[in-house]
Design a protein around this ligand. Structure first.
Ligand SMILES: Cc1cc2nc3c(=O)[nH]c(=O)nc-3n(C[C@H](O)[C@H](O)[C@H](O)COP(=O)(O)OP(=O)(O)OC[C@H]3O[C@@H](n4cnc5c(N)ncnc54)[C@H](O)[C@@H]3O)c2cc1C
Length: 377
């Protein structure tokens, strides 16, 4: 039987970054991961460079492309391009590499990981968590972090996040070469995919292609349309096997902590319901999770409630607007494209959202202010 300050369920992006943040504060941490290894992560790797500030580690080795332009298309035409101003505000990282960097740095800082291991039972005994695993070992910890991703088993068990989670359906492929996508641009393709969109994000020598539907639990079964989208990115041969995943997306503000337990990343349903951005909330939640657990372990506060509050203020409020925008945009995509993308200032605003400079809340407030001013004049 081994004892730790914190046990983390899941060693993906949010699990590893929480472990790293906690280990930098001097705590003993164990990660329990169910997979032996993960050579490919179905994630396009787009992230705002401003997120570096939430990590105690330079991640430049994981950056494959620094993005200067964001391209939008409606059914492979009606081109709109947004310049990303400033010093490379949007990066494409190789997810496997980022997860590995974070994990290795945490291990160097004393974090332990056991894999592949499945948790059989978790109970609370004498105010501590007792975690029984299929390796016949019991682990004891003062705090528990649920970081087991979109298919989380433990978030529901501990009543963290929405009672009925919402999911986006996604397909991802990594294609050799860049097709017709410039090495410093990302492409968003609307109009082909009902209730969603497609994206193409360049790595150094390959392209991360994704298709997603965000409302109505709409499936992505029409191979003819899927192939048409992929061909629009400049590929004829699509022999690579697509990976289907359900991505747990934001679905309202709910407690994501309970007594001595909290959820981070996808397990906490934090992924952007409009653009599928999940790296940013994973890093933000990991940062605040470590900060709030630290406050508890130092005896400065006696619960983790501040964690839910911080995430709802720093992320949830923007996502509430992201969800509303998604509901309208994906129901009326042609109008959405005309008003949301083709409007003169729109590409700049979308670029500002992607780079983390602006939130959906800021955008919504601007629109409301404009409507009020126009109706008064
Ligand atoms: C197709 C696609 C494209 C995307 N593109 C982008 C993008 O460009 N930019 C962006 O910001 N976001 C993107 N996302 C979202 C982003 O990938 C996720 O939000 C992010 O991976 C969340 O990280 P996580 O650590 O919470 O979950 P994960 O990375 O899924 O990690 C969960 C970990 O927990 C482990 N685990 C699961 N169950 C258990 C268990 N019972 N016990 C122990 N371990 C367990 C898993 O093996 C895994 O290692 C994309 C998602 C998809 C599906």
């Amino acid at each position: 039987m081994s004892g730790f300050d914190v046990v983390i369920i899941g060693g993906g992006l949010s699990g590893s970054s929480t472990a790293l943040n906690l280990s930098k504060k001097g705590y003993s941490v164990l990660i329990i991961e169910k997979e032996e290894s993960q050579n490919y992560k179905p994630c396009a790797g787009g992230m705002a460079s401003s997120m570096q500030k939430f990590l105690p580690l330079d991640i430049k080795d994981a950056i494959e492309s620094k993005i200067k332009n964001v391209e939008f298309r409606w059914k492979a035409s009606d081109n709109v391009t947004a310049d990303l101003t400033g010093e490379s505000p949007f990066w494409i990282i190789k997810r496997e590499k980022l997860d590995q960097l974070l994990l290795y740095e945490s291990l160097r800082n004393g974090v332990q990981i056991i894999r592949p291991v499945l948790i059989e039972k978790i109970i609370k005994k004498n105010d501590k968590w007792e975690i029984k695993c299929n390796n016949k070992t019991k682990y004891i910890s003062k705090f528990l972090v649920v970081a087991d991703g979109s298919q989380s088993k433990w978030a529901g068990y501990f009543k963290l996040g929405p009672r009925k989670p919402k999911f986006a359906n996604t397909i991802s492929l990594r294609l050799k070469g860049l097709g017709e996508i410039p090495k410093d641009a990302v492409r968003f393709e609307f109009g082909f995919i009902k209730y969603g969109f497609a994206w193409a994000f360049p790595l150094k020598e390959s392209l991360n292609v994704g298709l997603g539907t965000f409302i109505n639990n709409s499936p992505l079964e029409d191979q003819t349309i899927n192939n048409q989208v992929i061909r629009s990115f400049g590929f004829d041969d699509i022999s690579c096997k697509p990976i289907y995943r359900k991505l747990r997306i934001w679905n309202g503000i709910h407690p994501i902590n309970n007594d001595k337990v909290l959820a981070v990343g996808d397990a906490a349903s934090l992924c952007d319901p409009f653009l599928a951005e999940g790296i940013r909330p994973s890093l933000i939640s990991s940062f605040y999770a470590a900060e709030c657990i630290d406050q508890c372990l130092l005896g400065k506060v006696d619960n983790l409630n501040l964690y839910t509050e911080k995430i709802s203020n720093n992320w949830g409020k923007s996502m509430a607007w992201g969800k509303r925008i998604a509901q309208v945009f994906y129901r009326f995509p042609r109008t959405g494209y005309q008003l949301g993308v083709k409007r003169k200032t729109a590409p700049k605003r979308i670029a500002q959202i992607l780079s983390g400079e602006m939130s959906y809340e800021d955008i919504a407030k601007r629109v409301i202010r404009r409507l009020l001013t126009n109706s008064r004049s």
